[in-house]
Structure formats: structure tokens, C-alpha cells
Design a protein around this ligand. Structure first.
Ligand code: SF4
Ligand code: SF4
Length: 128
């Protein structure tokens, strides 16, 4: 079974990739009121990150009941790893490096951009 990259990461739940997400009224009951912002429609809520359900070890405290948007979202690095286009160690190193330099996420975690930046980051690190 493939290893779980998200448990090594947690960036998209932490507020470093996105500022917020949209959930349904039913899904909104799992979030603290301080994290919820009402929208124009009473059937949708915006949830501010960091998510109040993110736990130690990057676990989700409502994993079985997490919103559809959380089930569906996969960043470029996760997709590349799951498709077999990226080795586990490379994916892990990219995530570690992004945690050190979150500004790279302005590029929406697109794997081609992150890989290019990661190569340059490794070369710069060697020179120091
Ligand atoms: S989807 Fe990507 S950014 Fe989000 S936790 Fe998983 S590896 Fe990290
Ligand atoms: S509900 Fe769980 S998966 Fe969704 S953002 Fe929060 S911690 Fe992450």
C-alpha cells in the first residue's frame, strides 16, 4: 500500500496553501464558529484555515466525516506521487522544503514549478 504523504504534510489544512474553503451547511457543523463565515446563501459556509480539525501528526479529527472538498483535493505533489511520477523521497523533500519556504505556494503547489524551484533550492544549499 502506498505511504500516506498527507500525514507527513498537512500544508493544505494549515492555512499555508489556502486561506479558506467552502463547505455545505451539513458539513459546517464540524467546524468551530470562530472558523466559520456565512455566505450569501444559507446552504454554504466558508471555513477559515488553519482548520480546527487538524491534529498532531497532521491527522484530521473528523476524517470519516470530512467535507467533500477535503476528500477531492490533491495537490500536484500528491498527484505526482500517487501516479508514480514522483518518488516518495522527492515528494517528502519537497514538502519539507516548502514548509521552510511557504512563499513557493503562491504558485499553487503546481508540481512543475515546485520541482524546478526544489532543484534550484538543492543547488543553492550545496553551495552554502
Ligand atoms: S494534499 Fe498535498 S498539500 Fe495537502 S496535505 Fe496532502 S500532500 Fe500536503
Ligand atoms: S476537515 Fe480535516 S481534511 Fe479538511 S481541512 Fe480540516 S483537517 Fe484538513
Amino acid at each position: 500500500m502506498a505511504k500516506n504523504l498527507c500525514l507527513e504534510c498537512g500544508l493544505c489544512c494549515s492555512g499555508k496553501v489556502f486561506e479558506e474553503m467552502t463547505v455545505s451547511l451539513k458539513e459546517s457543523k464540524y467546524f468551530k464558529s470562530a472558523n466559520l463565515i456565512a455566505t450569501d446563501t444559507s446552504s454554504k459556509y466558508r471555513v477559515k484555515f488553519p482548520c480546527n480539525n487538524l491534529q498532531e501528526g497532521n491527522k484530521c479529527s473528523i476524517y470519516r466525516n470530512r467535507p467533500q472538498v477535503c476528500i477531492d483535493y490533491k495537490c500536484g505533489v500528491l498527484k505526482a506521487y500517487e501516479n508514480g511520477e514522483m518518488h516518495w523521497d522527492t515528494a517528502l523533500n519537497i514538502i519539507k522544503a516548502v514548509k521552510i519556504k511557504p512563499s513557493i505556494l503562491k504558485n499553487k503547489f503546481r508540481v512543475s514549478i515546485v520541482e524546478k524551484w526544489y532543484k534550484e533550492y538543492c543547488e543553492d544549499s550545496k553551495e552554502k
